[in-house]
Design a protein around this ligand. Structure first.
Ligand code: ADP
Ligand code: MG
Ligand code: ZN
Length: 479
């Protein structure tokens, strides 16, 4: 009788901010550096060190809050969340409990069943912890503090989602928003976006919330979808058997496709939160908010609408080209430089998507100079290269960011317009095919195609077809 239950889901999403330096010190936030090379007394919790707030973190948080229709607090504060763990050298995390910077917002998501608002309870600023490495040595764990003090915003939704499809649409929405704002790259694999899924079930039609569990360790959209299915089933089975669901934190193991209890759920009071005495309140004036608002770039929906209006793209093409901010930027630059948006879109929707699929690349991994593609488009427009050459050169631009102008020059790939040379080859072809010439004379015009083909073959496709036709007609009249 599983259809009698409704699933209720609320998300806590951590997004690592794309600041150059950490939230309370000047250490670099670059991903992938040697362990413990980006640390200092502040982010390793040394006695006597003092935090200083990074202004960019506040601006990013406000930008994200505005994009998600949140209210912004003019005065907010930081609080200490106290707990011991080896990845947390201060024994507390600086976060915001009482007065989060952004609150009461919403985002709209789109699924098969239409559009829906997911309410945002709050967004707050906090610092990330270090990273424990368990598997490299058998008998010990290691800790890397490079990530300690990297700025995060935590985005807490209301329990407004009902299934995995909505959850993924919500996460996609946040990811697009953050990427377009330039606030975060939101890579689940690198952990710059992390989602904890709070889930409960209840009898359909009931307005009371059931007891929820919180699932952690979800590092792909697929894992999130599987975890939701698994947890929903588990809770329904418990309830059907007359057993209670226990409020706890569970760790999803995507290989085993099952979760296990990590710890019983702690409450805010367990952490002995108190205002951080080292940090003064953060004042965010209306002027500052207005300034941040005025700098807000186009978000995905606006960008897609712009591509349709300005460049005449279909809504389908505009949707695909804005699927990643990086791709949208590459396209837009190519369109602007070449002034051939339709042609640029054709390259992006055709060859580029095909090659990307072939190579199994993420949109972010596509790296070429838009000027190179724009040069190629312009050469093709001017009739300087044929389609095959354009396709071959495009592949090289895609793979190795080739500069097409010198390459086409050096490899003599330009279409030959030299009428003297073409006329020589035309004569040669006519001489070698007297039977076909005879056929042409007898009114069989179709052999024209054969002649053009022969001339193209001899010039390796580089002769200008218009020039070839013209020359053939002239010569055949004389022959
Ligand atoms: P905590 O801070 O202790 O994790 P919160 O009350 O702040 O708890 O809620 C955290 C997340 O859990 C929010 O996204 C919220 O929407 C969600 N949530 C709370 N109660 C439920 C429930 N009964 N079922 C599903 N999700 C819930
Ligand atoms: Mg929580
Ligand atoms: Zn530091």
């Amino acid at each position: 009788m599983k259809q009698e239950y409704e699933t209720v889901i609320g998300l806590e999403v951590h997004v690592e901010l794309a600041t150059r330096t950490k939230i309370f010190c000047g250490c670099s936030t670059r991903f992938g550096a040697e362990p413990n090379t980006q640390t200092c007394p502040v982010c390793t919790g040394m006695p006597g060190s003092l935090p200083v707030l990074n202004k960019q973190v506040v601006e990013f948080a406000v930008a994200a809050g505005l994009a998600a229709n949140c209210k912004i607090r003019n005065v907010c504060k930081f609080d200490r969340k106290n707990y011991f763990y080896p990845d947390n050298p201060q024994n507390y995390q600086i976060s915001q409990l009482y007065l989060p910077i952004c609150y009461d917002g919403w985002v709209e998501i789109q699924t098969e069943s239409g559009t829906k608002k997911v309410r945002i309870h709050e967004m707050h600023m906090e610092e990330d912890a270090g990273k424990l490495i368990h598997d490299e040595w058998e008998d010990c764990s290691l800790v890397d503090y490079n990530r300690s003090g990297v700025p995060l915003i935590e985005i807490v939704s209301e329990p407004d989602m009902r299934n995995a499809e909505e959850v993924i649409a919500y996460l996609e929405k946040l990811r697009m928003m953050m990427q377009y704002l330039g606030v975060s790259d939101c890579k689940l694999q690198e952990g710059s976006m992390r989602a904890d899924v709070n889930l409960s079930v209840r009898k359909a039609g009931s307005s009371e919330l059931g007891t929820r569990t919180e699932m952690k360790n979800l590092n792909s959209f697929k894992a999130i979808a599987r975890a939701i299915e698994g947890e929903k089933e588990r809770q329904i089975e418990l309830l059907e058997a007359g057993k209670p669901v226990i409020q706890e934190t569970r760790r999803w193991d995507d290989n085993k496709e099952s979760s296990r209890a990590m710890r019983s759920k702690e409450d805010a009071k367990d952490y002995r939160y108190f205002p951080d005495p080292d940090l003064p309140p953060v004042l965010v004036s209306e002027e500052w908010i207005a300034q941040i608002k005025s700098r807000q770039p186009q978000l995905r929906e606006e960008k897609a609408a712009y591509f349709q209006e300005e460049y005449g793209l279909s809504s389908y093409d505009a949707g695909i080209l804005t699927e990643s901010k990086h791709l949208a930027d590459l396209f837009e630059e190519t369109a602007v430089l070449s002034r051939q948006p339709k042609k640029a879109a054709n390259w992006f929707m055709g060859e580029l998507l095909r090659l990307r699929k072939e190579e199994g690349m993420e949109p972010e991994e596509i790296q070429f100079t838009p000027g190179h593609l724009s040069d190629l488009i312009l050469m093709q427009e001017r009739g300087e290269i044929n389609n095959q050459t354009a396709k071959d050169v495009f592949k090289k631009i895609f793979k190795e960011d080739l500069d097409p102008i010198p390459y086409i020059e050096e490899h003599h790939l330009k279409i030959v317009k030299d009428s003297q040379m073409i006329s020589g080859i035309v004569e040669e072809v006519l001489k070698q095919n007297p039977d076909s010439v005879e056929q042409y004379r007898n009114g069989k015009e179709k052999v024209m195609g054969f002649f053009v083909g022969q001339v193209m073959k001899k010039t390796k496709g580089k002769a200008d077809p218009a020039e070839v036709s013209k020359c053939l007609k002239e010569k055949l009249a004389e022959f």
